[in-house]
Design a binder for this molecule. Structure first.
Ligand code: F3S
Length: 76
């Protein structure tokens, strides 16, 4: 499973890092990013972190966390 945060819609509520501190960090504006791959959605989430990821996903009020079975395509 892969994950990426849409920082255009993140409202810096902090739920994701509270649920999955190993996966989500915050930039200087308080916007979330995925720590394991620099928010590129290209590194597989370890199996033991998947429950945390799903809790974070469900707890995000702006639905800014996107998960996929395949790596995300980024133009970075
Ligand atoms: Fe942003 Fe959602 Fe996390 S609003 S801070 S991505 S829970």
């Amino acid at each position: 499973m892969y994950v990426i945060v849409n920082q255009d819609t993140c409202i810096a509520c902090g739920n994701c890092g509270a649920n999955a501190p190993k996966l989500f960090g915050y930039n200087e504006e308080g916007l979330s990013f995925v720590k394991i791959d620099g928010n590129t959605g290209t590194k597989k989430v370890k199996r033991r972190l998947r429950n945390d990821l799903l809790y974070a996903y469900e707890a995000c009020p702006s639905m800014s966390i996107h998960i996929s079975k395949k790596p995300f395509q980024t133009d970075k």
